[in-house]
Design a binder for this molecule. Structure first.
Ligand SMILES: Cc1cc2nc3c(=O)[nH]c(=O)nc-3n(C[C@H](O)[C@H](O)[C@H](O)COP(=O)(O)OP(=O)(O)OC[C@H]3O[C@@H](n4cnc5c(N)ncnc54)[C@H](O)[C@@H]3O)c2cc1C
Length: 458
């Protein structure tokens, strides 16, 4: 018996060593919105061992990715990086759909049409942007029609274009609306199917760098239970919470990323008016959305709008918001519930009425009803181009190979989400893609820019 004691102690010691080893995660992705979910999927697709952590339940109910509709379009007035981000995302999504359908009894349970839900997409702007727009449409091989004066507007789209306003409709396959809820859902299904884990209802309360690993303190948002895990590599995809999450690791993000409130209003055309429309007018309402309308030529006057849903009668619910309708945030945790002001509601109604005038479908203020409205958040960088990059090490301006951030996503995140996830995964795994377009996008989102921006705030 006496001789057994040291053996038992040794065995216990070995067991606890083994447990410690097992407790170290290879890669932890923090945040299960669009960016974290696409990155976790891309890492899983490379065969990596990944843990995805999200403070919300498996049904996403708040955050910048909340909702079922965003605009996805290939063209972008000369800035080709958005075009690449969208086009590559379509390709990546097709791969994911194929994977989800593979080895399954129902070979078409998952479908690309769940993700890209409508086509075409309309852009209305000032004719002063014609040259830039036209050149990018040609360069980016976009299938489109464009009217640049009132006569063409009438002939091509039966629209009443004011002088100096152009209308361009993009017919590319998978340009139109993208459903962020489904993108998140598909990516997370892919992560699980690859055998990786997702911990919902787990909030990261502290993130510290230790010798050779990261220490991540977690709180279960349902039970209050606390635990600490270790991870060799970390991806931060905390959206507007990036500054808070990285306050110990990369405090400069508090200054480099500025979360701002934006709002969304949901409007309904009242029954009497909608029923008075001819079948052609009804169809016109549907195909005239989604739209980005910058025809006023002012930041405050421009809006994006789409039909996110129809009601039980099949009447459209029109969602409208403004890329530049921004306001500061006092408390990130409660902002999602902030209601719309009277001015914001009026802006939403008037912008929608103006658009119906333009597309020649009769609508007056008394025909429109606000049915819902909520606040959402843009994470803004100085240039409004996001960061998807390794961070520098604490002691030098060299790349930290074990830590990648996706942050500063404003109104451009959804359509490129699968590509941002790919770039993040490649950055963490030190994988390169030689293609020139990929390199241009990586540089725009990238490391040297971050180092320069950090130097500017020091
Ligand atoms: C109103 C609006 C309209 C938009 N329109 C378009 C459009 O038309 N086209 C387009 O391409 N893009 C659009 N976008 C942009 C796009 O939706 C965003 O860029 C994208 O959703 C950002 O995703 P994210 O993953 O960075 O952030 P989020 O979705 O906010 O994800 C961050 C996640 O991290 C979790 N998290 C944070 N902190 C912690 C923590 N400590 N522990 C655990 N989890 C944590 C959060 O719960 C959240 O789920 C729009 C955005 C908004 C707000």
């Amino acid at each position: 018996m006496k001789n057994l004691l040291p053996i038992l102690l040794l065995a216990l010691l070995c067991l606890s060593c083994q447990e410690k080893e097992e407790n170290i995660q290879e890669i932890t992705v923090i945040g299960g919105g669009l960016m974290g979910s696409t990155t976790a999927w891309q890492l899983s697709n490379y065969g990596e061992k990944v843990l995805l952590i999200e403070q919300q339940d498996s049904v996403y109910t708040f955050g910048s990715s909340y909702g079922e509709a965003r605009i996805a379009r290939s063209s972008n007035r000369g800035n080709d990086i958005w075009s690449y981000l969208h086009n590559r995302s379509v390709k990546e999504m097709k791969n994911l759909v194929d994977f989800l359908n593979s080895n399954s009894t129902n070979k078409s349970a998952f479908h690309i049409s769940d993700i890209y839900t409508t086509s075409p997409v309309t852009y209305v702007g000032r004719t002063t942007i014609y040259d830039k727009l036209y050149n990018s449409l040609i360069r980016q091989k976009v299938d489109y029609k464009m009217a640049v004066n009132p006569t063409e507007g009438k002939a091509l789209f039966d629209a009443s274009l004011p002088d100096s306003v152009l209308m361009q409709v993009e017919y590319n396959e998978h340009s139109g609306m993208i459903n962020p809820r489904k993108v998140i859902n598909y990516c997370q299904k892919g992560v699980l199917k690859k055998g990786n884990d997702i911990w919902y209802n787990h909030k990261v309360t502290s993130l510290l760098q230790k010798e050779g690993y990261y220490e991540i303190a977690l709180e279960n948002t349902k039970t209050g239970e606390k635990q600490t895990i270790k991870s060799k590599k970390v991806v931060s995809a905390a959206g507007p919470y990036t500054g808070q999450l990285l306050k110990n690791i990369a405090p400069y993000f508090e200054q480099l990323i500025n979360p701002q409130r934006v709002f969304l209003a949901f409007l309904k055309i009242k029954k009497a008016r909608f029923e008075s429309y001819t079948p052609e007018q009804k169809e016109k309402v549907f195909i005239s959305y989604p739209v980005i309308n910058s025809s006023k030529g002012t930041r405050a006057g421009s809006f994006f709008s789409m039909i996110e849903n129809v009601d039980e009668m099949g009447f459209p619910l029109i969602k409208i918001g403004g890329h530049f309708q921004r306001s500061p945030i006092e408390d990130l945790n409660t902002i999602w519930k902030q209601e719309l002001s009277t001015t914001e509601i009026e802006w939403s109604l008037n912008s929608t009425l103006g658009y119906f005038d333009l597309i020649n479908v009769p609508l007056t203020e008394k025909d429109l009803q606000l049915v819902e409205g909520y606040s959402c958040v843009y994470s803004l960088t100085k240039t409004e181009v996001p960061y998807v990059t390794n961070i520098p090490t604490e002691s030098s301006s060299q790349k930290n190979p074990n830590f990648v951030v996706l942050g500063g996503m404003s109104g451009v995140g959804a359509k490129g989400a699968m590509t941002y996830g790919l770039i993040a995964a490649n950055s963490l795994l030190n994988k390169e893609v030689a293609a020139a377009e990929y390199q241009t996008v990586k540089t725009a989102l990238g490391f040297e820019r971050l180092v320069e921006d950090i130097a500017l705030i020091k």
